[in-house]
Design a protein around this ligand. Structure first.
Ligand SMILES: Cc1cc2nc3c(=O)[nH]c(=O)nc-3n(C[C@H](O)[C@H](O)[C@H](O)COP(=O)(O)OP(=O)(O)OC[C@H]3O[C@@H](n4cnc5c(N)ncnc54)[C@H](O)[C@@H]3O)c2cc1C
Length: 490
């Protein structure tokens, strides 16, 4: 039986382990931290629990189908549709809410942006066409063999995704109002991309919200981790926690196993699930490429003595100028003076996250990564953001706070994320598709990769899809080896 080591127990590593073990591969996971889940984690304190990272379940069909393929049935977790999806509140007092139900959403468009209905309908129509193409020729395709990407039929399909245009400029094709353009372009920030530069195919995200909805995983997104862990342990997958892999030794065109503080262990194949740029030192290879990190985040987590029933689960407090905010983050790389803030207040629909009558709140501020800024010294700026939240969305917030924690790009970098980017390497044109690290990244026969910095990219469902592409590749390679009569048993 093939024995595979998976380095990292993030969602990419866990889904890889589930898919491979289901096909009879003997899997061992090495995780450097004391728990599995990676970015899927909770901030926990005094009976309160709030997601640290992912909050929005996008592409629920893809998410559920991939979990099923990994052996996790729909009865083992609960997805709650969010309706409304979220509201966006602008400094001039304008508030726009996105609804799940098309009629209700159209009524809201008519109320707030009456001249923009036709453009919105065109956005939906063209978005559907692009999504169909993008799913089959991008998300579900691996480009381990670059010729698969450069095939004329594939290029023709991909060209329809308008890679030469940015998400923001594509939105200006549909919408006149700058605010509406921002409302439908800001979703590239979900994967740490600059809406003014990320190729237009990433507009699939804002389209997918309308097509498939936004969901909340009951108990918090990170409550998925124990479900996956339980299944892995039931199947006999070996899990080593507190076990950092420090080397993946190589012999010629193959890796031979992994080295941890306990010594060297041999494996037939190795899957790397850490943030991809971190693979070079492990295989003792000089970096041949400089990866641009995605944006960073300053994150606030609050334990509250109340629940704010009047605010939606997901909410945006917009700044005066979204384009200035993006310029600060991606071009000038400075502390954004007046940023848009995303808030997540799951206590509105889930009372399991805090003691009775109390609540939790999360606020995310997109900020630059890869800077010398010492975020811990920026208390005044952080205070101004809490004031803004209080003034614009959560009246009485300061009085309601029982505790607060903050995470910054420095914490992200310390946890192993490339240059403090929260979402993996940035989704730029030249770090997407064939240009992104692939599931079999080098001409090393038995070394694989899965995770947000690997094709097809970041966000939980996409990382799961990447794990599937990786597992298919590994299983096929194993079959080829068996046919050629190579002994892969250790
Ligand atoms: C603030 C924030 C908000 C987000 N919001 C959303 C959202 O709403 N919806 C969504 O779908 N996605 C969201 N994401 C993105 C999503 O969290 C990621 O795409 C996904 O979790 C990445 O999973 P991964 O497996 O690639 O990596 P990780 O979760 O980073 O896991 C990698 C694991 O590898 C381990 N590791 C690394 N190196 C080694 C080593 N040498 N030895 C042993 N172990 C090692 C790490 O400790 C870690 O546990 C968000 C991310 C952040 C940070």
């Amino acid at each position: 039986m093939n024995h595979t080591a998976i380095i990292g127990g993030g969602i990419g590593g866990l889904i890889s382990a589930l898919l491979l073990s289901r096909q009879g591969v003997n899997v061992t996971i090495y995780e450097k931290e004391a728990r599995l889940g990676g970015r899927l984690a909770f901030e926990e304190r005094d009976g309160f629990r709030i997601d640290q990272g992912p909050t929005i379940v996008l592409l629920p069909d893809m998410f559920q189908e991939l979990l099923e393929e990994a052996g996790i049935g729909r009865d083992r977790y609960e997805l709650i549709p969010c309706d409304p999806f979220y509201s966006l509140e602008f400094p001039d007092g304008l508030t726009f809410t996105k609804y799940r139900e098309p009629e209700r959403h159209l009524a809201e468009m008519k109320r707030v942006f009456p001249g923009e209905i036709e453009g919105f309908q065109l956005f939906l129509k063209e978005g559907k066409e692009r999504f169909t193409i993008g799913k089959t020729s991008f998300l579900e395709e691996s480009f381990v063999n670059p010729f698969d990407f450069w095939k004329p039929t594939n290029l023709k399909s991909l060209f329809k995704l308008r890679p030469y245009q940015s998400v923001k400029s594509l939105m200006s094709r549909y919408f006149q109002d700058e605010r509406l353009q921002a409302i439908y372009a800001l979703q590239s920030l979900y994967i740490g991309g600059n809406p003014f530069q990320a190729p237009a195919m990433y507009s699939l995200v804002s389209f997918a919200e309308h097509e498939y909805g936004i969901h909340y995983l009951k108990g918090g997104y990170a409550s998925l981790v124990p479900v996956l862990e339980e299944e892995l342990r039931r199947r006999g997958v070996t899990i080593h926690l507190n076990s950092e892999v420090t080397e993946i030794p190589r012999e010629g065109k193959r890796v031979t196993g992994v080295r941890t503080k306990s010594g060297l262990k041999h494996f037939d194949s190795v899957v790397f699930n850490g943030d991809f740029p971190g693979i070079d030192p492990l295989i003792k290879r000089k970096p041949t490429r400089k990866y641009e990190p995605s944006s960073g985040c300053v994150l606030f987590y609050f334990g509250l003595n109340k629940v704010f029933d009047e605010v939606n689960v997901h909410h945006y407090v917009m700044g005066e100028s979204f384009s200035d905010h993006m310029k600060d983050v991606f071009e000038e790389k400075k502390i954004p003076a007046d940023p848009a803030i995303y808030t997540f207040h799951p206590s509105k629909i889930d009372d399991s996250l805090a003691p009775e009558g109390k609540g939790v709140l999360y606020a995310l501020v997109p900020v630059p990564s890869d800077t010398e800024i010492d975020w811990r010294n920026e208390r005044e700026w952080m205070d101004s953001l809490i004031d803004k939240l209080e003034a614009r969305a959560f009246p009485g917030l300061r009085d309601a706070i029982e505790w607060m924690e903050v995470r910054t790009p420095q914490d992200a970098e310390a946890s192993g994320l490339h240059r403090g980017g929260s979402f993996g390497v940035a989704p730029t044109l030249f770090q997407s598709g064939v240009f992104r690290p692939q599931v079999k990244p080098f001409s090393i026969e038995n070394l694989y990769a899965a995770g947000a910095s690997v094709h097809p990219g970041g966000g939980i469902p996409l990382v799961m899809q990447g794990a599937k592409l990786m597992a298919d590749q590994l299983l096929n390679d194993q079959k080829d080896h068996a046919i050629k009569g190579v002994n892969v048993h250790v």
